[in-house]
Design a protein around this ligand. Sequence first.
Ligand code: GLN
Length: 239
Amino acid sequence: MKLTIGHLYPELLNLYGDRGNIISMVQRLKWRGMDAQVKEFSLGDKIDFSQLDIILLGGGSDREQLLVCNRLKKIKSDFIAYVEQGGVVLAICGGYQLLGNSYKMGDETVQGLGVVDIHTERGDGRLIGNIVLQSDLFPLPVVGFENHGGRTFIGSHRPFGQVRSGHGNNGRDRQEGVVYKNVIGTYLHGPLLPKNPHVCDYLLQTALDRRYGKVELPPLDDRDELAANRYIVKRFSQE
Ligand code: GLN
């Protein structure tokens, strides 16, 4: 069994080692005797979404997001079709903001993919630090690091999690990220998946089931990863 992971615009959307999320997915498949192919797409490349099982959109600076957004207009309808057909997406920070309708930063506005009906506005100062959240997708908490000037408002959409410690979508409503169909949008860099193997396996399981029907994903020895996760939860929940 094999999954194909599409990494969109890594030359621009590449903050804080978001690529580590791909390394984590590939390795956790390999440890189970499964294959993974990673396809990197640059701004000019044509994307055949039917070949992709998981898409990663990483974080980027405001300037890089402006550069990417012109390209997004061209892939918008194919991207939305992929999502509506259950395609798996992990979008981090700048990539998360691009999933929404728009990111307003002063006089300029980045037009997003419109995959989810959410929007972002640049606020005063940046929301920076370690973050712990509780998602209803997993019993274990999710940990990471956030650094964003944008404040995201998800309206009636379902958040990725409730903030236990940190800022989250906008520093006000204690919500973090968004979940829509098989899409997770989140501000958590870190990278997210090596720190949270349960989130990695959720994405792999969803993608495998979509491609092959119900697939058994054997458990791995995650004692070290889970001990690190517990340590971070304890450390930041006390502050
Ligand atoms: N440019 C966006 C912001 O500051 C996203 C930054 C990021 O991806 N870390 O809100």
